[in-house]
Design a protein around this ligand. Structure first.
Ligand code: MRU
Length: 352
C-alpha cells in the first residue's frame, strides 16, 4: 500500500503509522487539518516527498471540512489550512512546494465551492501519482550508478516510506537489486529517531536486499578500510549551489567518504530543489525536542544522568564540494552545480 492515501468512505487522510514500525504495521486516519499537521510534526509520516503529498491531501481535507458557501470563503479557509500544514516542519521544501501548487490550483477560475473541493482532491491524487512515477524514474536513473557487488552506506530512511512509494536513494538501491545486481547495504542507525535501524532495515528485509545495521559513528571505519564503494542518501532541500540539507549526520558521513575517495550521491526529486536559496546556510534547520535524544535507555535505565540537557538538530548541511553528483528524475547533475542545477529546469521547460 501507499504511505499516504485518501480514504473516500470517511473523507480522511490515511497514513502508515511510521512510529510503530518495525513492530506493528498499522494505519491511522486523520479527519481534520490540525490533527494532520500534528501528525506531520510528530513524524507519523516523515520523509520529504511523503510530507509534501500528505500536505496536499490535507488541503483536500480542509476543503471538504470547510462550510464556506462561497468560492472566496473556501479560498480563505484553504489559506488557513495551508498555514497550519506549512508550519508543521520547516526544512523539507516539498511541504511548501506542495502547498503552493494546491493554492495555485485553488486560485484558478471555478464556478462553485463544490467544484473547488473536488478539484483539491483531484489535484492531491495527481500529486500522489506523480510522486510514484517521479521516484520510479529516479530509481532507474540512480540504479545506473550502482555496480554489481557494491556495498553502499545509506543514511536515514529514503525508501517507499519516505515518499508515496519507491523512495529516493533507497529506491535506486532497490531498482539495482531488481535488475539483478548484487548489492549490500550498510544501514546507518540514524540517531536519534532511528529511521535507518527501524525503517530502512525493515524495507530492505521485505525486498530481500542483504544489509547490516551499523552505528552512525562506524561509517568512517568502513569507508577508510575500503569496505564501502558508495554513499547514498536523500535530501530535504537543495540550495542553488548544490548544498544539501538532509538528516543529521549526513555531513559527517559525506566528509568521511570524501576524505577516503568514496563517491557520494544525493538523490532527490526536483521538488526538493530550492533555487531561491543561494546556499545551504539559508536553509532553515529544524531543532526538535531534546527528549528525543534523552529518551535513550540502556539496561532499562536512562542512558543520560537525571537533569542532563541535550541539543537535537534534525538536519545538517552537506556542502556541495563533498558531493559527487545529485541524482534527480530529470537526470544526474554533476558539478559545477551552480550552473548545471538550473539547467535541469530549463531543459524541461524547452521540452514543454
Ligand atoms: O526527519 P525525517 O525522517 O523526515 O527526515 C527524512 C530525511 O532526512 C530523508 O533523508 C529525506 O527526507 C530525503 S529522502 C525522501
Amino acid at each position: 500500500m501507499r504511505t499516504v492515501e485518501w480514504d473516500p468512505i470517511h473523507q480522511a487522510v490515511q497514513l502508515i503509522d511510521q512510529r510503530q514500525l518495525p513492530g506493528n504495521f498499522t494505519t491511522v486516519s486523520f479527519r481534520d487539518v490540525p490533527a494532520l499537521a500534528e501528525a506531520i510534526r510528530a513524524m507519523v509520516v516523515r520523509g520529504a516527498p511523503a510530507i509534501g503529498v500528505t500536505a496536499a491531501f490535507g488541503m483536500a481535507l480542509g476543503a471538504y471540512n470547510s462550510n464556506a458557501a462561497s468560492v472566496e470563503g473556501l479560498r480563505a479557509d484553504l489559506k488557513a489550512s495551508a498555514g497550519l500544514l506549512g508550519a508543521a516542519r520547516p526544512t523539507a521544501v516539498n511541504l511548501a512546494w506542495a502547498l503552493e501548487r494546491m493554492l495555485a490550483a485553488a486560485a484558478m477560475p471555478v464556478s462553485s465551492p463544490d467544484e473547488l473541493r473536488e478539484r483539491m482532491l483531484r489535484m492531491a491524487q495527481q500529486m500522489a501519482d506523480e510522486d510514484v512515477e517521479t521516484n520510479r524514474r529516479m530509481a532507474l536513473i540512480g540504479a545506473e550508478l550502482i555496480a554489481d557487488g557494491d556495498t553502499i552506506i545509506h543514511h536515514c530512511n529514503t525508501g517507499a516510506l519516505a515518499a508515496v512509494d519507491w523512495g529516493t536513494a533507497l529506491g535506486c538501491i532497490r531498482m539495482a537489486h531488481e535488475q539483478g545486481k548484487r548489492v549490500h547495504v550498510l544501514v546507518d542507525e540514524t540517531r536519534p529517531r532511528l529511521q535507518g535501524a527501524r525503517l530502512t532495515a525493515w524495507e530492505l528485509g521485505r525486498w530481500g536486499i542483504p544489509y547490516e545495521i551499523i552505528t552512525d559513528n562506524a561509517a568512517g571505519y568502513f569507508l577508510r578500510s575500503g569496505q564501502a564503494q558508495k554513499v547514498m542518501f536523500g535530501a530535504d532541500r537543495v540550495a542553488a549551489n548544490g548544498d544539501v540539507a538532509n538528516k543529521i549526520g549526513t555531513y559527517m558521513l559525506a566528509l568521511a567518504a570524501h576524505a577516503n575517495g568514496v563517491p557520494v550521491f544525493a538523490v532527490m526529486p526536483a521538488s526538493s530543489i530550492d533555487l531561491s536559496l543561494a546556499n545551504g546556510n539559508c536553509i532553515p534547520i529544524e531543532e526538535r525536542d531534546e527528549a528525543e535524544v534523552l529518551d535513550l535507555q540502556v539496561n532499562g535505565q536512562p542512558a543520560a544522568p537525571a537533569g542532563a540537557r541535550a541539543r537535537n538538530p534534525a538536519f545538517d548541511i552537506t556542502p556541495h564540494e563533498l558531493l559527487t553528483a545529485l541524482v534527480t528524475e530529470r537526470g544526474v547533475v554533476y558539478p559545477p552545480f551552480e550552473t548545471n542545477l538550473p539547467g535541469i529546469f530549463q531543459a524541461t521547460k524547452s521540452r514543454e
